[in-house]
Design a protein around this ligand. Structure first.
Ligand code: FE2
Ligand code: FE2
Length: 132
C-alpha cells in the first residue's frame, strides 16, 4: 500500500490492505474473464469488508472529532452504492469482463482508499502519540 495513505492506526491500515487485496482480486478476476459468479463472490466479499471498515472508520472519526466527518461519510455511502451496483451487475451471466463500462468501474477500485488521506493527516497530526 502507498505509505502516504497510512493512517497510523494499525487496525485501519490492516483493513485498508485487505480491501486493496479484495479490490485487486476483483480486477484480476474480471481481466482473466473468470466466470460471473467468481467475480460476484469477490465483489460480495469486498462489499462486506467495506461495510465493516466504514463503520469502524466512522467510529474513530467521531471519537477523534474529525471535522470533515459528514463529507467523509458521504464518500463512504457513494462507494458502497457503486460497489452495490457492481455486485448486482455481476449477477448477469452475460456481463462481459471486456465491456468498456465495466472495466471503467473496476479501475475505480484501485483508488478506494485514496479518500482517507485527509483523515490520515488529521490523525497523524493530532494523535501520533497514540501510535505504538
Ligand atoms: Fe478507509
Ligand atoms: Fe474512509
Amino acid at each position: 500500500m502507498d505509505p502516504e495513505y497510512l493512517t497510523g492506526i494499525d487496525e485501519i491500515d490492516a483493513q485498508h490492505k485487505e480491501i486493496e487485496e479484495a479490490a485487486l482480486a476483483v480486477i484480476e478476476a474480471a481481466a482473466a474473464k473468470d466466470k460471473w459468479h467468481i467475480v460476484h463472490y469477490i465483489l460480495v466479499r469486498l462489499y462486506e469488508l467495506l461495510r465493516f471498515h466504514f463503520a469502524v472508520e466512522e467510529s474513530v472519526m467521531s471519537i477523534v472529532c474529525f471535522p470533515e466527518i459528514q463529507a467523509h461519510k458521504q464518500v463512504h455511502k457513494d462507494i458502497l452504492l457503486t460497489v452495490e451496483r457492481m455486485k448486482v451487475a455481476s449477477l448477469d451471466p452475460n456481463a462481459c469482463a471486456n465491456d468498456e463500462a465495466l472495466n471503467k468501474q473496476f479501475s475505480f477500485l484501485t483508488h478506494i482508499v485514496d479518500h482517507d488521506k485527509r483523515f490520515a493527516e488529521f490523525v497523524l497530526a493530532n494523535f501520533s502519540g497514540l501510535r505504538h
